[in-house]
Design a binder for this molecule. Structure first.
Ligand code: HEM
Length: 472
């Protein structure tokens, strides 16, 4: 693992590691991102840290991240190690795959998401219908305090569920709630100091008992659930009439039975479906959960959104994606929510697929790379008030929507989030549907609302809170 000079080039500079233990003295497991920000002050936008014995090249700020993920897209397109879930995935499933396996699974997944979007019923219609069910549930609360987590994740999860499983779940379904609790808990577990410690010392810790094993069992249980759905699909499969993502994958598997090297196998089916189900649920619902909290902290922003909704959509019509172009303020607020809440602050680890000369350094093939998306989203060169909630970051003087190239919550380049289009549609439709019908009321005064994440690691997990929704 000590490759500094092995190929006649150098890794970027960084703090001196302790053999095997790496940079444990510089990288705090309870504040990994902040530790990286400190190292950046000393070493600049690109440096090397040893996560245990493993060297990782860290990229900070818009310029360095773009130069790698976009300008050198191919070299940086590999997936690095996500230690906390590697035991479950072992390089399978689209999100953690590499090479030909990744290319095949990514192309296939994108095609299916698109086809189901253009089929009998568009993704937009599915979201609109699902938002309707959510509004019904929210009305039942009659303005009394609720904890929003599972209100939001049930409705969001049903959108991707209808694509991968062919149908939505009933909100009363106990098994559904249990799955969502496991997904929610996994995302939190992946963000604890334990997971960060495991990321450094998985070589040893995987053999030790302890809290870090919790994720493993959670993900295994989610895998079992998907595998049982695959069996049900298989038993009733009609190759002429695929009902969902699983059916389409099964059809490919049957066509490829004679190819021993095919990537259309059961392992990739279960794990790709799990990637879509997990990523399609927790990211969007965490963002909405954080977004509603930010609205309560900034009631003047909520008021302006109400005004824009009343002008463009009115009180009765169901919001549609076409409304977005006419609602620059709301669009800017949603961008600002994603920017500030920064759901995946360190990105998902990348890896260079060949020896890569970059900014005068040499990253040997197989070196892991962390593109710190949070440092791009808060790059002071691109955002006037990086740490403030300031929707004007995305508005010009005339109040028109203004793009910003450092807006990268979905990352960029060849690994860019596969569900970006779906996610953006969901965020807009849910957000406007909720605010068209309700005003939000906090149990504490806006100034006292603390927006610090509950835990910050792989994810920034929003704080737990309650709110009241009053019909408008
Ligand atoms: C990958 C963010 C919603 C499926 C990613 C990555 C990020 C991300 C940062 C890593 C990209 C990289 O490797 O550089 C988000 C955010 C979302 C969201 C912020 C919502 C607000 C979704 C949805 C789906 C999804 C709705 C499913 C339909 C995936 C998949 C990958 C991925 C499959 C792996 C892609 C690959 O490795 O090629 N996402 N995502 N995501 N996302 Fe999302």
């Amino acid at each position: 693992a000590w490759k500094r000079n092995s190929k006649g080039g150098k890794l970027p500079p960084g703090p001196t590691p302790i053999p095997f233990l790496g940079n444990v003295l510089q990288v705090r497991t309870d504040a990994t991102f902040q530790s990286f920000m400190k190292l950046r002050e000393k070493y600049g936008p690109i440096f090397t840290v040893y996560m245990g014995p493993r060297p990782v090249v860290v990229l900070c700020g818009h310029e360095a991240v773009k130069e790698a993920l976009v300008d050198r897209a191919d070299e940086f397109s590999g997936r690095g190690e996500l230690a906390s879930i590697e035991r479950n995935f072992q390089g399978h499933g689209v999100a953690l795959a590499n090479g030909e396996r990744w290319r095949i699974l990514r192309r296939f997944s994108l095609t299916i998401l698109r086809d189901f979007g253009m089929g009998k019923r568009s993704i937009e219609e599915r979201i609109q219908e699902e938002a309707g069910f959510l509004l019904e549930e929210l009305r039942k609360t009659k303005g009394s305090p609720i904890e929003p987590t599972f209100f939001l994740s049930r409705t969001v999860s049903n959108v991707i569920s209808s694509v991968v499983f062919g149908s939505r779940f009933d909100y009363e379904d106990k098994q559904f709630l249990k799955l969502l609790q496991m997904i929610n808990e996994s995302f939190i577990e992946m963000s604890t100091p334990w997971a960060q410690l495991y990321d450094m010392y998985s070589g040893i810790m995987q053999y030790l008992p302890g809290r870090h094993n919790r994720i493993y069992y959670l993900i295994e249980e989610l895998k079992d659930f998907i595998a049982s759905r695959v069996k049900i699909n298989e038993a009733s499969l009609d190759p002429q009439n695929p009902r969902d993502f699983i059916d389409c994958f099964l059809i490919k598997m049957h066509q490829d039975t004679n190819n021993p090297h095919t990537e259309f196998n059961l392992k990739n089916l279960v794990l790709t479906t799990l990637n879509l189900f997990f990523a399609g649920t927790e990211t969007v619902s965490s963002t909405l959960r954080y977004g509603l909290l930010l609205m309560m902290k900034h009631p003047e922003v909520e008021a302006k959104i109400h005004e824009e909704i009343d002008q463009v959509i009115g009180p009765h019509r169901i919001p549609s994606v076409d409304d977005r172009a006419k609602m620059p303020y709301t669009d800017a607020v949603i961008h600002e929510i994603q920017r500030l809440t920064d759901i995946v602050p360190m990105g998902v680890p990348h890896n260079v697929i060949r020896d890569t000369h970059f900014r005068g350094y040499l990253l040997p093939k197989g070196t892991d790379v962390f593109p710190l998306l949070g440092s791009v989203l808060k790059d002071p060169k691109y955002f006037r008030y990086p740490d403030a909630f300031y929707p004007q970051h995305f508005l010009d003087e005339q109040g028109r929507f203004k793009k910003n190239e450092a807006f990268v919550p979905f990352s960029s380049g060849k690994r860019i989030c596969l569900g970006e289009a779906m996610a953006r549609m969901e965020l807009f439709l849910y957000f406007t549907s909720i605010l068209q019908n309700f005003s939000l009321h906090s149990l504490v005064p806006p100034a006292d609302i603390d927006i610090t994440p509950r835990v910050s690691g792989f994810g920034n997990i929003p704080p737990t809170y309650e709110l009241c929704l009053k019909a408008r």
